[in-house]
Design a protein. Structure first.
Length: 135
């Protein structure tokens, strides 16, 4: 994902490892942004992509890697604001038993076409000169 972002001219560093609170540091508009990366393959029986333990307190932007047999890895992003609006409106189950805002964890499902019925996402295509917004 860092390589893809660099192709778009975004300055970023891979943080990696469990000792870090986020996966990627982005430097945009004179500010430092924290990014979390989650990956999923299409469920053979559910026919959905399932991203687990998404922790909104740890990032400013969420990168989702959809692993597909035909098209390789498709990268999409969701803003923290979009995710928080979904949480506020639809009250998905917090997977963390402590139920505090700082430790909240959510599981997110996407349809087989890599869209979510209630959240907008941006598709990053490294072969293209533009990004695509999907609803």
């Amino acid at each position: 994902i860092v390589d893809c972002m660099k192709k778009f001219g975004i300055d970023c560093d891979h943080m990696g490892g469990s000792q870090n609170r986020h996966d990627i540091t982005l430097y945009t508009g004179g500010k430092v942004r924290r990014a979390e990366v989650k990956s999923s393959v299409l469920g053979p029986t559910s026919n959905k992509y399932y991203f687990v333990k998404v922790k909104p307190a740890l990032f400013d932007i969420l990168y989702l890697a959809f692993v597909t047999p035909a098209n390789g890895v498709i990268i999409k992003t969701i803003s923290k604001q979009e995710l928080m609006a979904w949480i506020e409106l639809y009250s998905p189950k917090n997977k963390n038993a402590k139920h505090t805002e700082k430790t909240a964890e959510y599981d997110i499902y996407f349809r087989s076409d890599m869209t979510h019925p209630k959240m907008q996402s941006v598709t990053w295509n490294p072969e293209s000169q533009r990004m695509e917004l999907t609803v």
